[in-house]
Design a protein around this ligand. Structure first.
Ligand SMILES: C[S@@+](CC[C@H](N)C(=O)[O-])C[C@H]1O[C@@H](n2cnc3c(N)ncnc32)[C@H](O)[C@@H]1O
Length: 266
């Protein structure tokens, strides 16, 4: 793990837009930023905006055992536990998992946490699941196609034969083709918190997250095009991929802020 992991300052070096590395998330989710993450997403507003989409989709697919592969601060893990699912919560960031565990304890829930990088998931997780979720625009942290294929193949491997993967992403097509705009309705719902791109090219979307106390943090992400992600999902073996735009089945290409891919293994 990176030695910068416990640093209190994000370190992008002299040339931040040159940082295009799948391992760098370790140095991005520093303690101070993790402490602010829940202000950024605003649990209550986020729960209202996404409604029961994930819970209903998982139920439709008959899922009971769910792996939250990008648990973050635990938003979806805790919602799914409350809805009666059997949940394991994985993340590659220890800071995130500690925060998720604390958040769950405060809500009288015991989170089953696993520190695991998606690219080597089956090294740390030997169980099988009916569903895996990778939500909150997390998959965008992988910068090479090899890493993306490896992670998707690992998600595929932890699923039972008729399992389902739910993976979401920003609508980067719209950002790359038309520039950034956001309804500020989904995902990052916090009041007075701004999530905006600072730099975008075909290989990098560098977002700045500004908080009311004037603190600012960054995430360097890979701008995944929708059809590219869908193609990778099919190529690693998923048989049917349905893509929703801001939780709707029908949408105009440029409109959604986020896409949600529901990929069936069998
Ligand atoms: C944008 S946050 C989303 C967190 C949470 N799902 C949410 O929606 O609030 C991305 C998460 O993915 C995790 N992550 C990024 N790359 C990873 C990798 N290669 N393996 C495991 N976790 C990773 C980060 O540590 C972080 O918790």
């Amino acid at each position: 793990m990176s030695t910068q992991q416990n640093s209190q300052v994000q370190d992008y070096g002299d040339n931040p837009t040159a940082v295009r590395d799948s391992d760098h998330y370790q140095a991005e989710y520093i303690q101070n930023f993790v402490e602010k993450w829940d202000d950024l997403i605003n649990w209550h507003a986020r729960a209202q905006s996404e409604g029961y989409f994930f819970i209903e989709t998982l139920k439709q697919h008959g899922a009971q055992r769910v792996l939250d592969a990008a648990a973050g601060t635990g938003f979806h893990s805790i919602r799914l536990l409350e809805a009666g699912f059997d949940v394991a919560s994985a993340d590659g960031s220890m800071e995130m998992l500690v925060k998720a565990f604390e958040n769950a304890t405060r809500q009288q829930k015991l989170l089953r946490t696993v520190l695991a990088d998606w690219r080597w998931l089956t090294r740390d997780i030997q169980e099988k699941f009916d569903a895996a979720i990778c939500l909150g625009n997390s998959f965008t942290h992988l910068f090479s196609e090899q890493d993306r294929r490896k992670a998707l193949a690992e998600f595929y491997a932890v699923l039972n034969h008729d399992g389902v993967l739910i993976l979401d992403q920003r609508n980067y097509d719209s950002i790359l083709d038309n520039g950034f705009s956001s309804k500020h309705t989904y995902y990052y719902c916090g009041d007075n918190v701004k999530a905006e791109p600072e730099f975008v090219d075909g290989g990098l979307a560098r977002f700045r997250y500004k908080f009311p106390d004037k603190s600012a943090y960054h995430l360097n992400m890979y701008p995944l095009r929708k059809e590219y992600t869908r193609r990778l999902l099919y190529e690693v073996g998923f048989q049917e991929v349905t893509t929703y735009g801001d939780f709707q089945e029908t949408y105009h290409q440029d409109d959604p802020d986020f896409y949600i891919h529901v990929a069936k293994k069998a």
